[in-house]
Ligand binder design. Structure first.
Ligand code: ZN
Length: 176
């Protein structure tokens, strides 16, 4: 009986989306996890930068899709810092790519025991953004990055509504 229970625990552990995300790449500001090259390519196509952001992302050498995605994310993070006028020391966050919103909802439910139809969320305790690649857009990613920057910047965490307002501010201005 205990062996069966252990097997169930192990199986659900192995099937958890973050552990399926086997590949990991790092840039200055981010550690990005994803389960397949296809998912990364889809994500790259979904995240379309405006002219200014594109120019900033092109400053680095881009050879692979990984390079391009990381350059884009770093450019978005730097722009978000400028929008918020918050430049926390040693800023680094994790981003986990999941295929669809149902996967994001599953992770959210596992962590918080609540049902929610988020297409992305930022886990304060893990300093990690979970995002659905099917629903990924610049504004969505920028919003969650806004949460991460605010979280790193304040020693005392601002009230939830203020946190949310600042993330929305980044979301609105990221394409300017
Ligand atoms: Zn938010």
């Amino acid at each position: 009986m205990s062996r069966i229970v252990l097997c169930i625990v192990l199986c659900s552990f192995l099937l958890s989306p973050c552990l399926l995300a086997a590949k990991e790449v790092k840039s200055r500001y981010v550690t990005l996890r994803y389960s397949s090259q296809e998912l990364l390519t889809d994500f790259n196509e979904e995240i379309e930068l405006g002219r200014n952001l594109k120019a900033n992302a092109r400053k680095t050498d881009i050879v692979t899709v990984e390079d391009e995605v990381l350059a884009k994310i770093d450019a978005i993070i730097e722009k978000a810092e400028t929008i918020l006028e918050m430049f926390p020391d040693q800023l680094h966050m994790k981003i986990v790519l999941l295929e669809k919103s149902a996967d994001v909802a599953k992770v959210f439910n596992e962590k918080y025991g609540k049902n929610a139809d988020h297409i992305a969320f930022y886990s304060l305790s893990e300093d990690t953004i979970y995002i659905s690649v099917n629903d990924a857009r610049l504004a969505v990613l920028a919003h969650e990055i806004g949460h991460a920057i605010v979280d790193h910047y304040f020693k005392v965490r601002p009230p939830y509504n203020v946190h949310e307002l600042m993330a929305q501010f980044v979301e609105k201005r990221i394409s300017d």
